[in-house]
Structure formats: structure tokens, C-alpha cells
Design a protein around this ligand. Structure first.
Ligand code: CA
Length: 381
């Protein structure tokens, strides 16, 4: 079996209502997908997380080196891509390109053997994953606290057992928003906060001191991902679990987070940190250090399905009869690329998602929708 064709595509959805977090405003969602086809016609889909046009260029860079290789030997292909980019791309979008191809190879491998990716990974330790609603972004609403509280109540009513909200507008404003959301949803729904590294250590400590008794399940990216020691110091000053790693890459990057005692929860993105192949290795290391792992997940049904299979196979450190169901991040912002580009639709039932048993990732692209959202002819990042 040989890799015959590697095709990278950029799909884009212009948003009806722009949204923003502590760093940037978004007017559209652009995502790079890859379709790898083998000489027997079996194809697999993958996805990269990051600037779509640059990831597409990265995939096109790798393509001549991996065409003709055996798609079932995903570690061999991974090593080829890694070796070809190591000298100038130890972090960042080239690794998102590598990740996208790696995910497509797992999809091919599953289809070839007629097995779901979770089985290829070693089996399902959990039959279900538990989505938390990732939303509560900032908008130009005149009373944002009310808008955020209403949105959180909507997720609760939809059956979500956890909700993550954005912070990073300043400690006083954040406190007002968190208080409003917690009051609206009560304490039977888990609440997480995410500042997208908006704060200095001093500001992050200040915010933690003010919300210590509000039952926050984790504080995500409180400070710059460059400041491993600030993460560690924050953990020493608060009881709120600290999470991070969506801007981290490869086992080598995560080793720094683990070895510095920087996080309670590591959050690699499977579509950026090195694909399913590498994040499985990162998860083994997290387990060794006693750190929890809940991937950052963002994008289309391809990214979500990769995360579902990965999470179902995740090692669980705490041996006990009643194990927690793994969390999966489920972005709730407006995104047609998540909702109608791929099939089947990812839809939680009673707050849970059953791990699919179809071969491969168990997801396919709707080609009518694909044609609608494809912007391949534009040099658009
Ligand atoms: Ca985040």
C-alpha cells in the first residue's frame, strides 16, 4: 500500500456575528483539511489547527517526501516529516501540517483494517466522552454579564455538565462575569475559565484570590505559554487547578511543562502538537508525571472525532470503580465547518458522546458543503 495523493484544502465560513476573546476578534473561521489517498483508493481526512493557508503550505512541503510511503506505517511517515522540518520548525504551524497528515493516516489505517481508531490505539477504556461547552466569548453586547449568564443557562438546559467561559478583560470585569455566570447556573454544573494567556502572574494570582470559593474546575492559560515558571508559581498560590498547553508542541515541549510542575492539566491540540501519534506519547508522559490530560479541541468534526477516539483510549491514573468520564472540549461558537461540513453531526445525548465504532475516525466530509466552503484558490490565511 502506498500514499498516492496528498491534497490540502482551505475551507472558510464568514460569520454572521464576529466574536472575540482576550487577544483577537474573529470575522470568519478558516480551517486547513488534508485528504490523503492511497493507491488502492482508500482515503483519510486530517485537519491542522492554526493559520489555514500556512498549514496548507506546510502540507505541500511534506507531500513529495511522503508520496510512495506506506500509509499504514504512520510512525515512519511521521518521522520522515519531522526529520524534514526539524531544523527550522520545532514549534508551530509546520507541526500542525504534520499533525493533519498523521490524523489522515490513522483514518486510512482504520478503514483498511475495518476498525475504529480507538481500537487501533489499543482499545476504549471509556465508551463515552463528556463534552463541556466551550463558549461565552466576548461580544459587543451592551450588558455582557447578562448575555454570558443567559448563554451559560442555555448550555445547562441543553444537558452540558461543564461550561468554559472566557476571561481576560481585567480582574474586576472578569469577577463580575464569573459571579453572574456561577449565580445563573448554580453549582451542579462545572465551570472553567480561560484567559488565553492574558495575564501577568500578579494579575492571575489576584483573580484566583477573588474566585477561590466559586468552584472553578480549572483556570486555562492564565499566563504566557513562554513563562513555565509563572505557571508553577501560580499553582503554589491557588487551589484552583491550572491548565495549559494548547500553544505547546511535541513531547519535548510538554516535557518542559511537566518537569517544571507547571500544570495540573495538559491540553495539547491533536491537530497541532504532533497528531494522534505524538499526543499518545505525550499522554503516556503526562500519566508518568501524574498530570491530567484534556486536549484542546477546535475545528471541524474531523478534529472532534480524532479527540473522541484519543480520549476513549486515554490512560486513567486513578484506579477506582467509579472513574470520571473524560472531558472533551466542544466549541459552541457559530461554525458551519463544525456543524454541516462533516457527517455525522457531533451531537451529545444526555450530556455524553458515544465513541463511534465505524472504521477509521468514523467521520466523512459532505462534498456538497465542501464545495460551498472551499476557498482553495485564494492565498488566504
Ligand atoms: Ca483555550
Amino acid at each position: 500500500m502506498k500514499i498516492k495523493k496528498v491534497e490540502a484544502f482551505v475551507v472558510s465560513h464568514e460569520l454572521d456575528e464576529p466574536f472575540h476573546f482576550s487577544q483577537w476578534e474573529y470575522q470568519s473561521r478558516k480551517i486547513c483539511l488534508v485528504r490523503v489517498t492511497s493507491d488502492d483508493g482508500t482515503y483519510g481526512w486530517g485537519e491542522g489547527y492554526g493559520p489555514a493557508g500556512m498549514i496548507k503550505a506546510g502540507i505541500e512541503f511534506f507531500t513529495p517526501f511522503i508520496e510512495g510511503m506506506n500509509p499504514l506505517e504512520h510512525e515512519t511517515v511521521w518521522q520522515e516529516m519531522y526529520s524534514r522540518s526539524l531544523d527550522y520548525a520545532r514549534r508551530g504551524v509546520m507541526l500542525a501540517a504534520l499533525s493533519a497528515v498523521d490524523i489522515a493516516l490513522w483514518d486510512i489505517k482504520g478503514k483498511h483494517f475495518g476498525l475504529p481508531v480507538s481500537t487501533l490505539l489499543g482499545g476504549r477504556k471509556s465508551e463515552y466522552v463528556q463534552p463541556y461547552a466551550s463558549g461565552l466569548y466576548f461580544s459587543r453586547h451592551k450588558d455582557l454579564a447578562v448575555k454570558l449568564a443567559d448563554e451559560a443557562v442555555m448550555y445547562k438546559e441543553q444537558g452540558f455538565r461543564g461550561i468554559k467561559m472566557k476571561v481576560g478583560l481585567g480582574v474586576a470585569t472578569d469577577l463580575k462575569h464569573i459571579t453572574a455566570v456561577r449565580k445563573a447556573i448554580g453549582y451542579d454544573v462545572e465551570l472553567m475559565i480561560d484567559s488565553n494567556h492574558a495575564y501577568s502572574l500578579r494579575e492571575a494570582v489576584d483573580l484566583c484570590n477573588r474566585i477561590e470559593d466559586m468552584g472553578i474546575s480549572w483556570f486555562e492559560e492564565p499566563v504566557s505559554p513562554e513563562h513555565y515558571d509563572s505557571y508553577k508559581q501560580l499553582r503554589e498560590k491557588t487551589n484552583i487547578p491550572v491548565s495549559g498547553g494548547e500553544c505547546e508542541y511535541l513531547r519535548h515541549g510538554f516535557f518542559q511543562l511537566f518537569n517544571n510542575n507547571s500544570v495540573d492539566i495538559a491540553q495539547p491540540d491533536i491537530c497541532a502538537a504532533g497528531g494522534i501519534t505524538e499526543v499518545k506519547k505525550i499522554s503516556a508522559m503526562a500519566n508518568t508525571f501524574g498530570v491530567d490530560l484534556i486536549p484542546h479541541t477546535w475545528g471541524t468534526g474531523i478534529a472532534i472525532h480524532a479527540a473522541i477516539h484519543f480520549l476513549s483510549n486515554l490512560d486513567i491514573s486513578q484506579e477506582r470503580m467509579h472513574r470520571p468520564i473524560p472531558w472533551i472540549e466542544l466549541d459552541r461558537t457559530e461554525n458551519a465547518l463544525r456543524d454541516i461540513l462533516t457527517e455525522p453531526l457531533v451531537s451529545p445525548n444526555n450530556g455524553l458522546i458515544k465513541v463511534p465504532e465505524k472504521p477509521g475516525l468514523g467521520v466523512d466530509v459532505n462534498m456538497d458543503m465542501f464545495e460551498k466552503y472551499l476557498i482553495n484558490d485564494q492565498a488566504d490565511f
